[in-house]
Design a protein around this ligand. Structure first.
Ligand code: FAD
Ligand code: AMP
Length: 484
């Protein structure tokens, strides 16, 4: 193996593996170092996203939804199913199979693109040298013209609920329960807490989400957040805001472990809840443990992220950083776009990432999805805007499918009509918001979407109608504003 590369990538999550593939496509001699081992102890690519993040959580969300639908929702279609059963070990095994298949896909792409895949740990030394230690402990010093750091993130731990991997788990542990907990506590009603709470809630757990903040999904548009809370509440998720967890104690009762959680509520009163399992989902932190030698020249910011500029250059020449380990939303696709940008910049091209148009999805049912600015942000910025909303209840396809909860909210600039944001809770929200993201990327106005022919009947007609509603001329709903 040669020890000199054009590009060395450390970390093979969605930021790192995409950067490595794109760099190799551009003719750069590229290596990608990854320290993760699979359940059998073999080196494996894919990072958090493939191993314990996006993919396994969606696999469990899909299984649990199918079960829930068969049990609770199909009756309204006249379909009666008797003796519905869920086999949890089978569900987990299917999830593992999905993960394995996707990881195999990356290995195949590395081979096809001639990326050198190295399993072990990488550490950045001074002068774009990388110390590589493989899983057998053998060490080698590698060199590169450019090094891309893509070491990702890891769950935040809080001392009031220390992870024991048994009763108190983080998001990774919550993907591996062997049985359905009767009483499930979730600390943090954020994206991951809601998704994992939904998985086990659909299978029968009584779920309580304890959230310290007084507003639900504070970073989302609050019209959509409020609507989402109502819908999720009806599904049985007990979301308690202004409840800060202050302690937890694992106790044994009748030979079974349980956890007693204490919290303070909005009036400062202490509350107590007992759970069979507790998932701690209070956010993620950038992961740089063991990544940087003292003289690497790479600086961290005050939050522990690797400091980078808009183009993902670090403070060390020829060293770049991308994905969860740098500023910005911790989303797989954000890191992948940064990976492509950096690889192309190394190859002499001049792309940029449009940080203003990054879709964000919560995979509850229905999905909650957003792109661009929220109404609250625009208000705070003193921008003038128009809003159009449209409920799925007035969309034929949604009613026919019995998926008519939720709405689309479109926000456009008051003067230019350019779309500034779109926020959706409803069926296929993730895919619908993507349509608006494309429109925004092309500088579209709300009127442009309103003038586009949409197929009928589709869920996406709600996007067209919300765009029409911005100008006060939605067709399938009375308009508050006058027709233009
Ligand atoms: P990671 O995926 O964390 O990968 C970093 C890799 O670097 C890891 O494999 C690690 O082993 C390796 N590494 C670190 N240090 C070293 C070293 N010194 N040497 C060698 N290797 C090293 N995002 C979405 O966009 N959509 C979702 O639906 C979604 N769902 C999620 C669900 C859950 C339960 C969780 C936990 C996360 C979810 N995310 C989701 C977030 C998403 O997983 C992350 O944003 C994404 O994985 C970040 O990619 P990354 O490449 O920056 O880092
Ligand atoms: P996210 O950043 O989307 O993963 O969400 C994490 C959530 O956890 C945030 O909404 C935090 O307010 C919440 N959180 C953090 N610490 C606590 C705590 N001790 N008790 C309850 N909620 C918390």
């Amino acid at each position: 193996m040669t020890d000199k590369f054009d590009v060395i990538v450390i970390g093979s999550g969605p930021a790192g593996y995409v950067a490595a593939i794109r760099a190799a496509q551009l003719g750069l001699n590229t290596a990608c170092i990854e320290k993760w081992k699979d359940k059998e102890g073999k080196g494996v690519n894919g990072g958090t996203c493939l191993q314990v993040g996006c993919i396994p959580s969606k696999a469990l969300l899909d299984t649990s939804y199918k079960y829930h639908e068969a049990k609770e929702s199909l009756g309204s279609h006249g379909i009666g199913i008797k003796n519905i059963d869920i086999n949890v070990p089978d569900m987990i095994a299917r999830k593992d199979k999905v993960v394995k298949q996707m990881c195999g896909g990356i290995a195949g792409l590395f081979t096809a693109n001639k990326v050198t895949s190295l399993y072990g740990t990488g550490k950045l030394l001074a002068g774009r040298k990388v110390q590589f230690v493989d899983h057998k402990g053998e060490e080698k010093i590698l060199e590169a013209e450019n090094v891309i750091l893509a070491s990702g993130s890891t769950p935040v731990n809080i001392p009031v609920a220390p992870i024991d991997g048994d009763v108190i788990v983080d998001s990774t542990g919550a993907l591996e329960f062997h049985e359905i907990p009767e009483r499930l506590g979730v600390i943090g009603a954020g994206v991951i807490g809601l998704e994992l709470g939904s998985v086990w809630g659909r299978l029968g757990s009584k779920v309580v989400c304890l959230e310290a903040m007084d507003s639900f999904l504070a970073m989302m548009d609050q019209t959509i957040a409020k609507e989402s809370k109502k819908i999720l509440g009806k599904q049985g998720l007990d979301i308690r805001l202004s409840c800060r967890v202050t302690g937890s104690e694992v106790v044994e009762k009748k030979g079974k472990k349980e956890v007693v959680v204490t919290y303070t509520d909005q009036d400062g009163k202490e509350g107590k809840e007992t759970f069979d399992k507790l998932i701690v989902c209070v956010g993620r932190r950038p992961f740089t443990d063991g990544l940087l030698a003292e003289d690497s020249g790479v600086k961290l910011d005050e939050r522990g992220s690797i400091y980078v500029n808009d183009l993902c250059s670090t403070s060390a020449p020829g060293v770049w950083a991308i994905g969860d380990v740098v500023r910005g939303p911790m989303l797989a696709h954000k890191g992948s776009e940064e990976g492509v940008m950096v690889a192309e910049r190394i190859a002499g091209q001049k792309p940029v990432v449009n940080y203003d148009i990054i879709p964000n999805v919560i995979y509850t049912h229905p999905e909650i999805a957003a792109v661009g600015k929220t109404e609250e942000q625009l208000k705070a910025d003193g921008e003038e805007y128009n809003v159009g909303t449209f409920p799925f209840l007035a969309i034929g396809r949604a009613v026919a499918a019995d998926e008519a909860e939720g709405m689309v909210k479109m926000i456009a600039d008051a003067k230019t009509d350019r779309i500034l944001g779109c926020h959706i809770v409803g069926p296929s929200a993730a895919d619908l918001v993507q349509q608006v993201a494309i429109a925004m990327e092309f500088g579209s106005t709300a009127e442009d979407i309103g003038m586009t022919v949409f197929g009928h009947p589709t869920f996406s007609e709600a996007v067209k109608e919300a765009a029409l509603a911005v100008g006060g001329h939605a067709i399938h709903m009375p308009n508050r504003k006058k027709r233009r």
